[in-house]
Write a protein that binds this ligand. Sequence first.
Ligand code: SAM
Length: 297
Amino acid sequence: MNYRHHYHAGNFADVFKHAALVQLVRALQRKDKGFLYLDTHSGRGDYDLAAASSGLTLARAPEWPEGIGRLLSADPAGLSPVLRDYLEIIRAHDASRRTAADPDNASAPLRHYPGSPRIAQALARPQDRLALCELQPDEFVLLDDEFLGVRRTRVERIDGYIAIKAQLPPPERRALVLIDPPFESADEFTRVAQAVADGLRRLPAATIAIWYPLTERARSDAFLEQLVALPTPSCCAVEVAVAGPDAPQKLKGCGLAIINPPWQLAPVLADLAADLAQRLAQAPGGGATLSWIVPEA
Ligand SMILES: C[S@@+](CC[C@H](N)C(=O)[O-])C[C@H]1O[C@@H](n2cnc3c(N)ncnc32)[C@H](O)[C@@H]1O
C-alpha cells in the first residue's frame, strides 16, 4: 500500500469524481428517506494543497493546478450549474478551515481541498448516515481525526471490500456506495467486480459508483465486461479523457461506472464529462462518452 492520494488531490480525476458525487448525493436526496453513504476507500478527508505546492511534504509536482486550479481561474459566469454546485462545496470547506494564522496563499488560492467523505458529509441530512473506510494506517488516523465527533458518521480501519459485506444491507434499505481504490495491484478490477457482486446480492437496489482509471482501453473494457456479467439491474459508464490514446501520460482519463444510477442522472454526468474534457484537456484527442453497459429496463 504505497498509494497516497495527497499527490493527486484536486486533479482532473478528483474534479470529475467529486462533481459527480455531489449530483449522486443530491439525486438520492430527492426522496425524504435517509440512506447510508458507504465510502470504501475514503482517504484522509482533507488535503492541504499549500503543502502540496510548496514541495515540503511531496516529492513531486502537485496535480491540482491542472484540475481544480483551472476551474478556480475560469470565469464563474461561464460555469455550468453542476460545476458551480461543486465549487461552492469546495470553497465552503476551505473557508471553514481558514484561520487568521492560515491566510490565503498565492501558490494555493484554495488551501484545503475536501476528499469524498467530506463532500458527502457536507451534503448529508439529519436522516442520512456515513460509513467511512480506510485501510492505510496513517491515512486512517487522519480520517478518524477529521471526523471526530461528527454525528451519524462511523470511521473504520477496515478493508473497504470487506466493509461492503459488513455494512449492506443497511437498516435504511437505501445506500450510495463509492468504490474508489488506488488501482495499485493487478487484481484490483477483479476485486471491485467481486465486491459489486457481494453488494448487489445484499442490496440489489444499491447505487454503486466505481471510479476507474483510463490507462489502456483494453483494461477498462475488460472491467466493464465483468460488470455486465453480474446480475446488474442497470449500469452506465461515463468517461472523461483529458488526453488521446497516443498521448505520453499514463493516466489519460477516468471513468465512473454507476450501478442503478438515479433517474435522469446519466445525461447530467455526460454533460459534466464533456465540459471537463474541454476545460481540463492536457493533450489533443480527449473527449467524453456515456455508455449504458446494462440499459435500464
Ligand atoms: C483514491 S484514494 C481515495 C480518495 C477518496 N475516495 C477521495 O475521493 O477523496 C484510495 C484510498 O484507499 C486506501 N486503500 C487502499 N486499499 C484499501 C482497501 N483495501 N480498503 C480501504 N482503503 C484502502 C488508500 O490508502 C487511499 O487512501
